[in-house]
Write a protein that binds this ligand. Structure first.
Ligand code: EPZ
Length: 430
């Protein structure tokens, strides 16, 4: 079983280039099958989630060509199956974007029901409500969700909760429907805008993405295009917070600073210096981090996907802080692991009460999920001594070459999968 082995205590220094946004890529890769022409997508992060979705897309008969590491060509003209295999949804929930894409293009689709995951129950009632509003029949049986429509017509959907997934799935299903669709209380994340821009590049007519009202005029067909995915806001934030936690000085490059505003604001609040360029942000850590409070909210609020990383920075700050998770019901599983390193965090309901400590020590840990795993790496980089982190396949779902990028910033980290390699690492670092 692969793990990370890390020797902490080294402030991170240097520049790191940020890859394409995973959560934009997943919607865009699914949308690409909605034309019979070839689509070229660039800046696709080469992570486990995008690889699995591309396998699912090949699995229904589309042609996928890996042009080079971060570019892929997709042609949906040869799709012959509208049922997405259970094995894919088991690996990544976002396979359910194929539900909306296939329904939109072929007026029918079937995907295994995504279960819950480590951060919450993750219902899809809003997706179903939206599909029905467009005139689709939706049936759930034998662990699968099937959609079918004689005729998809524009509808008016008011989401009961702000949901990234349902906003994207409904944009997919509505862009080829007859007439106009209005999505109200829509999610406004940068990746929503990126999926809408991609669909428009294919000939769709979507306005208002990035606001809470999205208007979609159905068109008769979509055509091929070439498109480059926006930078990953959460990968960038993870490196920014790693700089703060290790008292480092890191420039994250190839980013859109506007997408990082809530993160930069919190880093300034805790005492870091943040300098913004056109496509880069520099985070200079401070000797003594200050405590503060944070509540996760839909964009442009503080993102839930940065909540674990924020908790690590506050666990090392001077004073008491509160972190409130308002999006998911079970996103503090990493706290027990941090407390084994000497952190002082207590979770009550959806709030973590953090008492900052000056020193934490390395430990053996397991990554509970993708972002919590990244947070444990940040904690290990800031700790005294050695840490070993298991279940790193979670981290590899959303971070391309995470350990390589960290080593480029001076981190002492290796990915190992045997005791022998662990011994070699320990000998090497002395
Ligand atoms: C997306 O998940 C992201 N995943 C998540 O990132 C991210 O945490 C989340 O959005 C919030 O920003 C991808 O984009 C692949 P939601 P999604 O629908 O779409 C409730 C990561 O680390 N809800 O916005 O599943 C839901 O339970 C991952 O990259 C319903 O009640 O999230 C949650 O409380 C983790 N009914 C809230 O809405 C529904 O039908 C937000 O969920 C749908 C959602």
């Amino acid at each position: 079983m692969e793990q990370y082995i890390i020797k902490g205590g080294v402030p991170l220094h240097g520049e790191v280039s940020i890859g394409g946004a995973k959560n934009a890529a997943l919607g865009i890769l699914a949308a690409a099958i909605m034309t019979d022409e070839t689509v070229t997508i660039e800046n696709v992060p080469n992570v486990r989630d995008t690889r699995v979705l591309l396998q699912a897309i090949e699995g229904i008969g589309a042609k996928v060509k890996y042009v080079y590491n971060n570019s892929v060509q997709i042609n949906g003209g040869s799709i012959c199956d509208f049922n997405v295999d259970y094995e894919y949804i088991k690996k990544i929930r976002a396979s359910y974007y194929l539900l909306g894409a296939l329904l939109g293009k072929y007026k029918c689709s079937q995907v295994a029901l995504p279960g819950g995951c480590n951060i919450g129950s993750r219902p899809i009632d809003q997706h179903i409500k939206g599909f029905k509003a467009l005139g689709a029949d939706v049936v759930i049986e034998h662990g699968k969700i099937s959609t079918k429509a004689e005729h998809l017509k524009g509808g008016h959907v008011y989401f009961d909760v702000v949901t990234v997934g349902a906003t994207i799935n409904l944009m997919l299903a509505a862009c080829l429907a007859d007439g106009d669709t209005i999505l109200e209380n829509a999610a406004k994340e940068p990746h929503i805008v990126d999926v809408a821009n991609f669909l428009n590049a294919m000939g769709a007519n979507i306005k208002g993405a990035g606001t809470d009202v999205i208007r979609i005029k159905g068109v008769s067909r979509l055509h091929g295009t070439t498109y480059s995915i926006i930078p990953d806001q959460i990968e960038a934030g993870t490196f920014m917070f790693a700089s703060a936690a290790t008292h480092g000085d890191v420039v994250v490059k190839d980013v859109i600073p506007k997408h990082l505003e809530s993160l930069s604001a919190k880093l300034i609040e805790v005492g870091c210096q943040v300098i913004e360029g056109d496509d880069w942000v520099r985070v200079i850590g401070c000797d003594e981090l200050k405590s503060t409070n944070v509540k996760t909210l839909p964009y442009p609020g503080f993102p839930t996907d940065m909540q674990p990383q924020m908790s690590v920075v506050l666990a090392l700050a001077n004073g008491s802080s509160m972190v409130t998770e308002s999006i998911f019901e079970n996103r503090f599983k990493y706290v027990d692991e941090l407390n084994r390193m000497g952190c002082k965090i207590k979770v009550e309901g959806n709030t973590a009460y953090i008492e900052g400590v000056r020193r934490i020590t390395g430990a053996q840990m397991s990554a509970p999920d993708l972002r919590a795993g990244a947070a444990l790496v940040i904690a290990a980089l800031s700790a005294e001594g050695l840490s070993e982190i298991d279940d790193i396949e979670y981290i590899q779902r959303g971070y391309e070459d995470f350990e390589g990028k960290l080593r480029g910033l001076g981190a002492v980290i290796e990915r190992i999968d045997s005791e022998r390699e662990a011994q070699k690492f320990k000998l090497k670092i002395g």
